[in-house]
Design a protein around this ligand. Structure first.
Ligand code: SAM
Length: 373
């Protein structure tokens, strides 16, 4: 019997936008239990029992953008700014490998601090060194860059790129994510969907996602977001609640008129509904139970995400001295721990669930199957 193709697999669970919206608005405990169970069994059938750990390294909090939601936006004078050195990155990558990780995720603000071209080259050199000295898969989440930079980093050995489109409502996205001043590296494509398609063409596994409960986000927007995950046929889907930061325009309620009458209301179930529905529309994607979910509910958040469709967690391995400076939202989980403590927590939580820690790179089954599509 031939293998089910990615497309056939996905079609088994296809839902239209109205069905997705109905689930988002569902409040019956019995129906929700059905959703959690269905997502869990689709997860089990398509990506198995293993929970893959991704070591998150927050490599720089320097950012040229002024996103209305984000605590490390350029206009916030409070965070002391840092960029990890290549040596620090190599050391942290080696620690990740020694702790048994198969993947690191290097994330930063949109750090175009001058000279941007040499910073892109330095990043490429660091990626090459990490690939030469470890067996790690390298995921990047460095924001919007030129196609040239994306290619440079891929050729240096990067495997995956995460770029959330944040919301499928284009007008809301533009308002929340004002264009950056252009750097000497030239014009930027501002459309994250185009960037994601280009990243896929270059050869990356691609990941995207949204914030849930953004001011101005409607139920139709959120249903469309999930539909778009399937259309983009994502390898990774990372979503989490919007958490208001007091040093941002959204946190200071400085955006009159942004709320819509059909505004999404963030309740205790909504982030999990988004995970479960993402699993149903993209059965073979890697889906993390995110730090923002763990921040909202430190004891149960991660575990509930893993029981409702997620198969990945991203323990923070950033050196402790930098963690507090990467405050994209307040009270971020694990802000004061050492990498070893954060790692220990993650492993205990997986064991508590009776699941196993994934070994190796944990490449998305969707990507692996598409290599021979
Ligand atoms: N600069 C890169 C980019 O924009 O893709 C990566 C870093 S950015 C800080 C990583 C993610 O943090 C964003 O994609 C956004 O979804 C999330 N984020 C930022 N502020 C947040 C907030 N207040 N609540 C929840 N998530 C937030």
């Amino acid at each position: 019997m031939g293998r089910t193709s990615v497309k056939e697999q996905r079609l088994q669970y296809t839902m239209n936008r109205d069905e997705i919206k109905a689930w988002l608005l569902e409040n019956s405990p019995k129906k929700l239990e059905e959703l959690w169970q269905k997502a869990d069994s689709v997860r089990q059938e398509n990506v198995g029992e293993a929970v893959f750990l991704r070591g998150l390294i927050e490599i720089s909090n320097i950012c040229r953008r002024n996103c209305l939601y984000c605590g490390i936006r350029a206009g916030n004078p409070k965070p002391e700014r840092y960029r990890m050195t290549s040596d620090e990155l190599l050391k942290t990558a080696t620690l990740a490998q020694n702790l048994g990780y198969g993947t690191i995720v290097m994330q930063s603000g949109e750090d175009w601090s001058p000279p941007a071209d040499s910073a892109a080259d330095e990043m490429a050199e660091t990626i090459t060194k990490i690939k030469q000295t470890t067996n790690l898969a390298v995921t990047l989440s460095l924001g919007e860059r030129s196609e040239e930079d994306y290619r440079l980093w891929f050729e240096a050995g990067a495997n995956r790129y995460l770029l959330r489109f944040e919301t499928s409502n284009a007008a809301l996205f533009q308002r929340l994510h004002p264009p950056a001043q252009h750097s000497s590296s030239g014009e930027m494509a501002e459309n994250r969907l185009t960037l994601l398609k280009n990243l896929r063409k270059i050869g990356y596994e691609i990941g995207s996602g949204v914030m849930v409960g953004l001011p101005g986000q409607t139920w139709d927007d959120l249903a469309r977001d999930i539909e778009l995950f399937a259309e983009l046929d994502l390898d990774m889907i990372g979503c989490g609640p919007f958490l208001s930061h007091p040093d941002t325009p959204l946190g200071q309620n400085n955006e009159p008129g942004i709320a819509s009458p059909d505004q999404v209301i963030l309740d205790e179930h909504l982030p999990f509904k988004v995970i479960a529905l993402s699993r149903l529309v993209c059965p073979m994607a890697n889906i993390p139970s995110t730090t923002a979910i763990a921040t909202l509910d430190p004891r149960h958040g991660r575990l509930l995400g893993l029981s409702r469709g997620a198969n990945v967690i991203m323990p923070n391995l950033t050196p402790t001295k930098y963690r507090k400076m990467y405050e994209i939202y307040p009270n971020k989980a694990a802000s004061f721990e050492s990498p070893e403590e954060t790692h220990g927590w993650a492993v205990r939580q997986i064991e508590e669930l009776g699941r196993t820690v994934g070994q190796g790179a944990g490449t998305s089954p969707r990507f692996l199957r598409c290599l021979d599509c």
